[in-house]
Design a protein around this ligand. Structure first.
Ligand code: FAD
Ligand code: 2HG
Ligand code: ZN
Length: 497
């Protein structure tokens, strides 16, 4: 079945060459096999072994790479890239392959350069909290590394067990801690990058302040592998909070969510560290997949919305005091904003409340094939966007198990980031896709939102970039791309089509 998506991405790259046996002979000189039996071979050309590198996490994007390379050092990356530049071979940098916009998959004959074998922590300073690591380190393993020193990573996301710090930086991943610690543009202190001609750009600074001219590293944060390959990262990690708590609340309807957000911000002040949202469809789906229940079903009644609030502070008693006062004032108000709620009573319960929110992406995946729209819209429009899309599916006769089984919204209220998920029960189809696009992008643009809040453009949204960036912006993005990558070998067809 030809979906609009596959039509869009099946255009061959006429300016690029395919990897030949001569190229492979060169790569095997640069990447000799390891003598450690358990490690994966650095070069993979077998069809079956390439499958995990050629299909994305959602199973939506099927790549065409005939070669996967797994270098172990920055020098090896540089030698590979130099060769690819001389031969005009396309390269897709790949981290944990958990991206949700088809950015880490080869569209034509580009090779995949996977960073998974570069997983060494280079240094950690427990005084400053500065961590320097290879780009291929898994996010969770970095958290584990610094935990004994009472530090945490400034970002956290459901894919932490597989995504790599280089992938996080290349997508400028947001996630569940952005409200508290801000974006990677602020937390990344330095990067080491192999540029598209193979030059190593060493910007692996550990300085918090450095105003010596243009801050080049910012260009690589969120550029999705189109300007170079991130091989090393210097990142500021915050001290672990001494007290963390969370509450899960049910609200009768969306109209109460923003007033609640205001009250919570005012009452919790500096200890509020997350304010996450999910609608009833998402909540019910999570329950049907065995997450929760975190609230009493009778008390939940026909609540339409749920929020998860987290606090992180340094004094358990003080934080609990604030939380209890907040909950009491919410429950005893003349016109209560919430119907019911629960405050976690143990580390286990704290985790189970988070599991309901963090587990949504995996539940969606089990339900069918998701169309994911990761958008920024004014907070007031969050639920309206979801309802409008649902109404459209119903009016077009596309709602039901024969087509779209669920339309739901969840996301990061604190960041103005809605995740609209539309689940195609029986698989992706051009009929569903054309009902959704450009409708959703137009809807977002009409509210002056962003068509990509935190997942990036990848290959999914190149055609939609203009809904959020005008022609002057896009032209300057193209100019920057040409300066770094005049041969267009670095992740071609991503971000800019
Ligand atoms: P990949 O998927 O391998 O690559 C992503 C992009 O980065 C590609 O364009 C690739 O070419 C490029 N890239 C990867 N590594 C490098 C490198 N070293 N140098 C240059 N380019 C590189 N995202 C959020 O923002 N917030 C969330 O809360 C969130 N939750 C998620 C939950 C789940 C369950 C899943 C599956 C995904 C989630 N994501 C989320 C998506 C998110 O973008 C990725 O999980 C993560 O940031 C990508 O890292 P990765 O190592 O898997 O990169
Ligand atoms: C999240 O916030 C991730 O859970 C994934 O960004 C969003 O599943 C999604 O659409
Ligand atoms: Zn998210």
């Amino acid at each position: 079945r030809a979906t609009l998506w596959s039509v869009r991405t099946s255009r061959p790259f006429s300016h690029l060459n395919t990897v030949t046996t001569e190229d492979l002979a060169y790569f095997s000189k640069v990447l000799p096999p390891s003598n450690i039996l358990s490690t994966l071979p650095p070069i993979c050309t077998s069809h079956d072994d390439m499958v995990p590198y050629n299909v994305d996490w959602m199973g939506k994007y099927h790549g065409k790479a005939n070669t996967i390379l797994r270098p172990r050092t920055t020098h090896e990356v540089s030698e590979i890239v130099k060769h690819c530049a001389s031969r005009q071979i396309g390269i897709v940098p790949q981290g944990g392959n958990t991206g949700l916009v088809g950015g880490s998959i080869s569209l034509d004959k580009e090779l995949v350069l996977n960073l998974g074998a570069m997983s060494r922590v280079r240094s950690f300073d427990p005084v400053s909290g500065i961590l320097v690591a290879d780009a291929g380190c898994i996010l969770q393993s970095l958290s584990d590394h610094i935990a004994p020193h009472n530090h945490i990573m400034p970002l956290d996301l459901g894919a932490k067990g597989s995504c790599q710090i280089g992938g996080n930086i290349s997508t400028n991943a947001g996630g569940l801690r952005l409200l508290r610690y801000g974006s990677l543009h602020g937390n990344v202190l330095g990067l080491e990058v192999v540029l598209p001609d193979g030059t190593i750009l060493d910007q692996l600074s550990t300085l918090r302040k450095d105003n010596t001219g243009y801050d080049l590293k910012q260009l690589f944060i969120g550029s999705e592998g189109t300007l170079g390959i991130v091989t090393g990262v210097s990142i500021l990690t915050p001290p672990a909070p001494q007290a963390t708590n969370n509450v899960f609340l049910a609200l009768p309807h969306f109209d109460n969510v923003l007033p609640l957000y205001q009250v919570v911000k005012r009452q919790l002040g500096e200890i509020m560290s997350a304010f996450e949202y999910m609608d009833r469809t998402a909540y019910d789906m999570a329950l049907s997949h065995g997450l929760g229940p975190v609230l009493d079903a009778k008390e939940v009644g026909d609540s339409r919305c749920f929020v998860l609030i987290e606090t992180s502070g340094s004094n358990e008693e003080h934080d609990l005091d604030k939380l209890n006062t907040l909950l009491e004032s919410l429950m005893t108000a003349d016109e209560p904003l919430i119907l019911t709620g629960t405050l976690s009573q143990s580390p286990g319960q704290f985790e189970s409340l988070w599991a309901v929110r963090e587990g949504l992406t995996e539940c969606v995946q089990k339900e069918g094939k998701p169309y994911k729209y990761d958008v920024s819209v004014p907070l007031a429009d969050f639920q309206k966007v979801v309802d409008t899309v649902l109404e459209r599916m119903v009016s077009m006769g596309l709602h039901g198990d024969h087509a779209v089984s669920k339309v739901m919204g969840y996301g990061h209220i604190g960041d103005g980031n809605l995740h609209l998920n539309v689940i195609a029960k029986r698989g992706y189809s051009s009929e569903i896709e054309s009902a959704l696009e450009p409708f959703i992008y137009e809807l977002v643009a009409s509210r002056k939102g962003s068509v990509s809040a935190e997942h990036g453009i990848g290959s999914m949204k190149t055609h939609a970039l203009h809904y959020s960036k005008d022609s002057v912006n896009i032209e300057w993005m193209r100019k920057i791309k040409r300066v770094f990558d005049p041969l267009d070998i670095m992740n071609p067809g991503k971000v800019l089509s």
